[in-house]
Design a protein. Sequence first.
Length: 430
Amino acid sequence: WDMDTCLVPKGFDPFQVRQCIESALKNHLPFTISAIGNVRSPYRDWYPIFSSGIRVIHGKDGPVDILKDMERWALSHPPPATLILISDREEVFVGSGILPSFKERGYTIIRAFQKHTEVPPKYASQMILWDYLLSAGCEDSNQETTSTKVEYKCSETAWVCNMCIKSGRTFAGESYKSLKRHFKSAEHKIQECSRLRLKVKNKCFQEASSGVWWDMDTCLVPKGFDPFQVRQCIESALKNHLPFTISAIGNVRSPYRDWYPIFSSGIRVIHGKDGPVDILKDMERWALSHPPPATLILISDREEVFVGSGILPSFKERGYTIIRAFQKHTEVPPKYASQMILWDYLLSAGCEDSNQETTSTKVEYKCSETAWVCNMCIKSGRTFAGESYKSLKRHFKSAEHKIQECSRLRLKVKNKCFQEASSGVWWDMD
């Protein structure tokens, strides 16, 4: 749904939008609805849209954002799936050639417009007016909007900021309140300024001049160590480099189960099974909005992989300062690192220096809007990020995540789990 060209009509109850769309297109249920456009436009009554379970993607590149999201969605939804596009920017979509290519690949495409087009698109199997879709849908719908149903509809990933998704910082959340906080953040303002090609040399960059990446698969929290203290100890041991963000990257579904303290302290957790690859990709995203002389702090024992990629030495050549922490000493000290430290020493020395007390108030203050990201699902066009440990656990149980796990094993899963996300098959070959 292109929010910039197909607005909710004046006087229409915005709480009813999703119900009307579902009722008018009931023959194509179940489906997800993604509303894409500039959320900071004068239309301010966004809360009803969020609360009904419509996923909102903020961006200022309208058709480009829509087509990219379609491509991501199509990766896990092969033909004969159906794509329904609500937008009045037909010239742009036809000019790109992507929608006709979807038809050639076997997808069914339905188009809804704010007003009739001069030339009906050949790729579309059905056309409908936006106002008629809403009115006809509401006439057919006998449902009542209640707080219970609204809560049931809510998605884990309620909003995504396409302007910030490559910045390595907050870019997705679960509530309208968190989106409003995001718009006021220094990180988002930096991205807005960069779009205007302004030279922003102010506290926004200086306050985020360092980043920490923690490889959870090789540098575990020591037995007997209070996991609530991890962030405080890292900050205390590396206080000369504050403020910084901490991203913990690795397989969250490993036997180590006490993840709640890590989440609650404001450490951003990225779930993935490609360890070093996920870390290096996140570093590159972060570097896009944090130019030299910024500092990168890497906590990992997989030195051979990082050296072999050549990316860390290239960061040094570009003017970044790199600090390395290891679980155990390496045979050959890395030439690109300006400082080295052992992981256990970093924790113990940090806690000795720290006089802070862990309280529920401070933990709440530290929490990030984007508490977790699932790298396995980020390209699926479905739920992939959230704000709480509970939502991550629900995500792991979802059919969408199981589909991504299956695809990693290169299994040909040709059943209803792709179309309805309601089934999965596991074959014990032994």
